[in-house]
Design a protein around this ligand. Structure first.
Ligand SMILES: [Ca+2]
Ligand SMILES: [Ca+2]
Length: 126
């Protein structure tokens, strides 16, 4: 597919499979691992989040959404291991701040801006 045409493994000639040793049980390393994968596959964490992960737009990623999104992007690592390390509050869902704090702040501020600036969909898209 065209939108994946720019995707390349992080280290050419090596597998993109994540070993447990790559991020261990360290949420910060797991976040960096996923951020790197999202950026290399779609160009941006927020784009990956919106287009491939949060399919029902409830601002949370279920395990099913996470697994589906990673599969669609060609991730070869252990999806459920990555999910459990990232799910910092053990809620069984990922929020964007569990993946990328800066992108979560940008996304929240953008929604607040749009919500406070525009009174209707028609006004927003005029
Ligand atoms: Ca969701
Ligand atoms: Ca969570």
């Amino acid at each position: 597919m065209r939108r994946f045409s720019n995707w390349r493994p992080a280290h050419p000639g090596t597998s993109t499979r994540a070993s447990r040793n790559e991020y261990g049980n360290d949420p910060a390393k797991a976040m960096e691992h996923l951020r790197h994968f999202m950026i290399s596959s779609t160009g941006s964490v927020l784009r990956a989040w919106i287009e491939f992960f949060d399919q029902d737009m409830d601002h949370r990623i279920s395990k099913a959404e996470f697994s589906k999104g990673l599969r669609e992007l060609g991730y070869k690592g252990d999806v459920f291991s990555l999910f459990s390390v990232l799910d910092d509050d053990d809620s069984n869902e990922l929020t964007l701040d569990e993946v990328d704090v800066k992108q979560a702040t940008i996304w929240r501020n953008f929604r607040l801006f749009v919500g406070s600036r525009f009174r209707s969909e028609e006004e927003l898209f005029m």
